[in-house]
Ligand binder design. Structure first.
Ligand code: GLA
Length: 402
């Protein structure tokens, strides 16, 4: 599978171009090197296939036009000088002493450095400034974008010759090991491998992937941000992983070839899991059904049947809310309110859950009316402000030339 030419990609989104200029200017005001390497690394959306990646299943994400921009240059010593422009916060450290930081945000970069070192590569010190426009806590994977930006930038600056998949894997591992979140591979993969106007069907077992065109005339991806920060997310996320593993263990004695939920069928769950543990059964059933929905959904996309695809998004939400129980009342409310709206083709919660956004496929000419209708309804029902983002599908992590 050919990759977009990541080494020479020019940035074409005006928004990101001005972000890159701001990051570059900040870098130049702080450090003597006035020609830093600039990298853009995007957040992601996921059309369908949630909580399937760590079960060796399928996902259907895309990189978006919200990104982190990072400026980096090598230092002659071993020191790390890193600045988060948006948080107005600085970190000083050494490449030889990587410890979790009380500031928390440096951990995403330090974890990547650690993983690169674990692969046996020598790194020197560096100066770094980064900033971005990916809303934090909204489920668009700002953390994966930061990890991928770091891996990509260090790969260039220190001429490590890492291929994109290696950078994806080490970024995921950085989050698992250094940050301590047991995430799957989807977010980092989408951030690195995204392609403009395409979604990626990734098989998380074989890591084979296929790009599907998604420049659907007159339809936009609208993200409705519940404004609920997902505080439960990492503990409940890890619990879901354990419940899925428990389901696999109940099936394995009878089907020794089964190694994950990817190999499990609904009849296996009904006979071997349902009688033993009703909760684990519901969790596993959702995952098995979601994989099937995704595969059928990509056929809908190929046939241009967006209505059928949209119905699967609603069904996915139903499963995530009732069986997998990773939704919350705000997300359920937002999905309920758009059901039956002729302008909305499909909607569901997106990402890990317990807050963040719903992803909606909406007919372009109806977006304004939809937002006007939902904003006061949401405020009244949930006492929170609704935020709305219109996502454009963009290229993955790339160099920025300005
Ligand atoms: C988070 C994780 C991903 C994936 C989703 C749920 O975004 O980082 O790996 O598991 O949740 O689909």
């Amino acid at each position: 599978m050919t990759l977009p030419d990541q080494r020479t990609m020019m940035n074409t989104t005006g928004q990101s171009a001005s972000l890159s200029s701001r990051v570059k200017e900040k870098f130049q005001s702080l450090f003597s090197d006035d020609r830093p390497l600039l990298v853009r690394s995007p957040g992601r959306v996921n059309l369908i296939g949630e909580h399937t990646d760590y079960n060796n299943g399928f996902v259907l994400p895309a990189a978006i036009d919200k990104a982190i921009c990072m400026a980096v240059s090598a230092r002659a010593d071993k020191e790390l000088h890193i600045v988060s422009m948006d948080l107005d916060s600085s970190y000083h450290g050494s490449i030889d002493r990587l410890e979790r930081s009380p500031l928390h945000w440096p951990d995403y970069l330090l974890g990547v450095i650690q993983q690169i070192q674990t692969l046996g590569h020598e790194l020197g010190g560096f100066n770094c400034v980064f900033g971005g426009d990916i809303p934090l806590g909204a489920g668009m994977s700002s953390s994966a974008a930061l990890e991928c930006a770091t891996a990509f930038a260090l790969n260039e600056v220190f001429e490590l010759r890492l291929d994109p998949l290696t950078m994806v894997k080490l970024s995921q591992k950085a989050e698992n090991v250094f940050v301590g979140v047991q995430c799957g591979i989807m977010d980092q993969f989408a951030s690195m491998f995204g392609r403009r106007n395409h979604v990626i069907r990734l098989d998380c077992q074989s890591l084979e992937y296929v790009y599907f065109p998604f420049n659907t005339e007159g339809i936009r991806i609208v993200l409705l941000d519940s404004n609920v920060k997902h505080s439960l997310a990492s503990s409940e996320y890890n619990t879901r992983r354990l419940q899925c593993e428990a389901g696999v263990r109940l099936v394995q004695p009878h089907y020794p070839k089964v190694s994950s939920l990817r190999d499990v069928t609904l009849p296996m769950l009904e006979t071997l899991v349902a009688p033993v543990d009703a909760l684990v059964y519901r969790r596993c059933r959702y995952v098995v059904e979601e994989n099937a929905r995704l595969l059928a959904g990509t056929e809908d996309l190929q046939q241009g049947d967006l209505e059928a695809f949209g119905r699967k998004m609603f069904a996915s939400h139903e499963g995530l809310s009732r069986d997998y129980e990773v939704s919350c009342e705000e997300l359920d409310f937002l999905v309920d309110q758009v059901k039956g709206d002729p302008g909305v083709i499909g909607a569901r919660m997106m990402g890990g859950g317990f807050g963040g956004c719903t992803i909606n496929l909406v007919r372009e000419e109806t977006i304004d009316a939809l937002v006007e209708r939902l904003t006061p309804l949401y405020r009244q029902a949930m006492d929170k402000e609704l935020k709305v983002y219109i996502g454009r599908i963009e290229n993955g992590t790339s160099l920025v030339i300005i």
